[in-house]
Design a binder for this molecule. Structure first.
Ligand code: 13P
Length: 259
């Protein structure tokens, strides 16, 4: 059975001390809820150790709470000024890394080939890859969003073997027109795309594998719309930007995932 997950992508926001307070506030309340879903915190790299410290202090379960990074090098070590290797992240307690976020694809020119290498390096370190896909507005308006997303998945993931894949990959569908815009995909639009993505995975690796892979929705998720989105059969949770920066707003999204 696939996991229900809420992941918070803080992007380049908050100071380390603010992040520490945020995680402590979220954990205190979410631990008391005793839900069975997973929560992933993806702070900036400078905050990872402080966040990990809070998670350790509060003795969170490793299955239900994970520390994630927003980026990692595709290299294991060496002369790569400014980069951080997956092994270094793993060493400080990071379990998963976001790959293929639209902001990195567009602003930092990460190509499908670059993403493929990142995926491979992460999996070689037994880390989990949160792989993002999603179309820009013009593509949606041209009704070419299905082919667009299928190509993104094909280009960077189709070289992988299906065995054990659900423990290695989490997919996140983030339509670019819904990111940070306050404009969420409707539950129908999200479900249509998520069901399509699952069919793409099933065509490649079989339905047993596809049925076990969590597919998160991202793009202006907040307390007000999360429950409806998460009630869709193929939406297994959310990748949350803005609403993950405030403890109450993030908790509202976590609570919406109650099964
Ligand atoms: P918002 O929730 O701020 O729209 O951001 C979504 C996102 O990009 C998460 O990775």
């Amino acid at each position: 059975m696939r996991n229900k997950i809420v992941a918070g992508n803080w992007k380049m926001n908050l100071m380390p001390s603010e992040g520490e307070v945020l995680v402590r506030d979220v954990l205190k309340e979410s631990l008391a809820l005793k839900y069975n879903q997973s929560v992933i915190f993806c702070p900036p790299a400078t905050h990872l150790m402080a966040v990990k410290k809070v998670m350790t202090e509060l003795e969170v379960s490793e299955t239900n709470y994970m520390l994630g990074a927003q980026n990692a090098s595709h290299k294991l070590s060496g002369a790569h000024t400014g980069e951080i290797s997956p092994e270094m992240l793993k060493n400080i307690g990071v379990r998963c890394v976001i790959v293929g976020h639209s902001e990195r694809r567009s602003m930092y020119h990460e190509s499908p080939e670059d993403l493929k290498k990142k995926v491979d390096t992460l999996l070689s370190e037994n880390m989990i890859c949160i792989f993002c896909c999603g179309e820009p507005l013009a593509v949606r308006e041209a009704e070419a969003h299905m082919e667009y997303v299928e190509k993104q998945i094909e280009e960077s993931l189709f070289h992988l073997k299906g065995e054990g894949l659900s423990n290695k990959i989490i997919l996140a569908y983030e339509p670019i027109w819904a990111i940070g815009t306050g404009k969420t995909a409707s539950a129908e639009q999200a479900e249509e795309m998520h069901a399509f993505i699952r069919s793409v995975l099933a065509k490649k690796w079989g339905s047993d594998v596809a049925d076990d892979i969590s597919i998160l929705y991202g793009g202006s998720v907040k307390g007000e719309n999360a429950a409806e989105l998460f009630s869709c059969e193929n939406v297994d949770g959310g990748l949350v930007g803005g609403a993950s920066l405030n403890p109450n707003a993030f908790l509202d999204v976590i609570k919406a995932l109650k099964d």
